[in-house]
Design a protein around this ligand. Structure first.
Ligand SMILES: C[S@@+](CC[C@H](N)C(=O)[O-])C[C@H]1O[C@@H](n2cnc3c(N)ncnc32)[C@H](O)[C@@H]1O
Length: 454
């Protein structure tokens, strides 16, 4: 499986400093005696063989993976977790796997039957699903070192090959060792507390045997530890709206964007528009940040996402969110908002560790198209910001073309002469072990008439 294609460059592996021994060959030769672990690795190879041809052409690969795993009725939830983990590990390290020649150098693995799937298992994070396989099949392997640079040295690969070369110009920082490590790590599971009294949440987690830690960066953000992809929707905490799943980086966007304003400034902002609300991750967070005295209008072109937002708001008993269908907003009387949030659709380059397939389907053209759309959405919503109000722009991209360049182009347009930049920040993944995000806060001048006449 996963044999290098004729187009791929084969690297010849010289003798490595650390040798990766193979599993015993007898079980492979006689399937009847194959261990459960070996069977599972073979099943992964079959699944990967089906998925691999679609990696570079299917931007909806996660749905394909999900459907493929669901189709296999004999899989239990533990099997599905294992295969998902291995498939996502393979996706994160694909450029290495496609060029890793396990046969070229007998000196690398003497008398070996090392297969690419062993390397995938070796590279996979230690989780309750992968650990039993690692213990059985990789017993003689040295543990995989923590950093991509050390792993690359063992495999005689280049760390930078894991990212598209064209991306360097868009985000040089992503190629620095800490960021490459963060972009190729299994994403942690962050929750946002949606209650001032987390005691029942923590009591339920304890009863389920789950451990967690509270973020020291953002109060109210908690990371679930050593839990193997739990179905949080089944928890009482979720059903009562006490928690929402939200990456810490995403949780940091609004507090960062609003951090230049004093509490009294913030009190004067009571009418917000969330212009790209989707299913409302940030709408719900805003409602909590601002308190019940503020009003948040939420809109999005996707009615199904807005319906989900309605359900989530009801679950959390949040009453100060008003959902506006987009056509009504476009055709109705323009409102004047204290603040408009444009959490824009983007290429998702900040989410590559969570959605690694995007590394292979995103091109410079994808980014160009995303930037044009972002500028259009910002320009369309700018007139809705009142004098002295603010416009918050955010993406989950690390490309400066979708971030700083969009802000610069927006400000350069004479139609936006009343706006100025208050702050802009890139949330790099390594800083707090998050996905990558960008946020900019723009303020509209307080005397629009004066600006119009100048
Ligand atoms: C990054 S997602 C928003 C995520 C959401 N704010 C949250 O926190 O969960 C971007 C959203 O923009 C919406 N969108 C796409 N095209 C748009 C457009 N032209 N104008 C406004 N919103 C758009 C998408 O439907 C999507 O829900």
């Amino acid at each position: 499986m996963c044999a290098p294609t004729p187009n791929n460059t084969r690297t010849t592996l010289a003798k490595s400093r650390i040798q990766l021994p193979s599993i015993a060959t007898s079980a492979i030769e006689n399937p009847a005696t194959m261990s459960r672990a070996e069977n599972q690795l073979r099943t992964f190879e079959t699944l990967w063989g089906e998925i691999h041809p679609h990696v570079r052409i299917d931007r909806n690969l996660p749905a394909r993976i999900q459907q493929r795993l669901a189709k296999e009725k004999r899989f239990g939830s533990r099997d599905r977790r294992l295969y998902r983990e291995l498939i996502y590990t393979a996706l994160r390290h694909l450029p290495w796997l496609e060029t890793q020649n396990t046969h070229a150098s007998p000196s690398f693995i003497p008398h070996s039957e090392l297969r690419i799937s062993h390397l995938v298992l070796w590279l996979a994070s230690d989780t309750p699903a992968t650990l039993p396989l690692k213990q059985q099949l990789l017993a003689n392997f040295p543990p995989a070192p923590a950093t991509i640079a050390e792993r690359a040295a063992i495999l005689e690969q280049q760390p930078a090959r894991l990212l598209p070369a064209w991306f360097r110009e868009h985000c040089p920082a992503a190629f620095e060792p800490p960021e490459i490590d963060a972009l190729h790590t299994r994403a942690p599971l962050w929750l946002r507390l949606q209650t001032d009294n987390p005691a029942p949440v923590f009591a339920e987690f304890t009863a389920r045997g789950w451990t967690w830690q509270v973020s020291d960066t953002l109060p109210g953000a908690i990371e679930l530890l050593a839990v193997n992809d739990p179905d949080l929707t089944k928890t009482e905490a979720h059903q009562r709206g006490l928690i929402e799943i939200q990456d810490l980086g995403s949780q940091l966007i609004l507090p960062t964007a609003l951090s230049s304003f004093s509490p009294s400034d913030l009190q004067s902002f009571s009418l917000f528009l969330d212009a790209c609300a989707g299913a409302g991750g940030k709408t719900l967070q805003l409602a909590r940040l601002l308190g019940p005295a503020a009003q948040i209008d939420a809109t999005d072109p996707r009615p199904d996402a807005l319906a989900e937002l309605k359900t989530r708001a009801a679950r959390a008993n949040i009453k100060n969110i008003r959902i506006l269908p987009q056509p009504a907003l476009a055709s109705g009387k323009p409102r004047s908002y204290d603040a408009v949030v444009v959490d824009a659709p983007c290429s998702g380059t900040g989410t590559w560790r969570r959605s690694p397939h995007l590394k292979y389907t995103t091109t410079e053209e994808t980014i160009r198209a995303a930037a044009a759309r972002q500028l259009e959405i910002l320009a369309r919503h700018a007139p809705l910001v009142r004098a002295a109000g603010i416009l918050i722009y955010a993406t989950c991209s690390l490309s400066r073309r979708e971030n700083e360049d969009v802000v610069t182009a927006f400000l350069a347009d004479p139609a936006h002469a009343g706006f100025s930049l208050v702050r802009q920040n890139t949330i790099l993944p390594a800083a707090h072990n998050t996905d990558g995000f960008f946020t900019a806060t723009l303020r509209r001048a307080d005397d629009l008439n004066r600006l119009k006449s100048t």
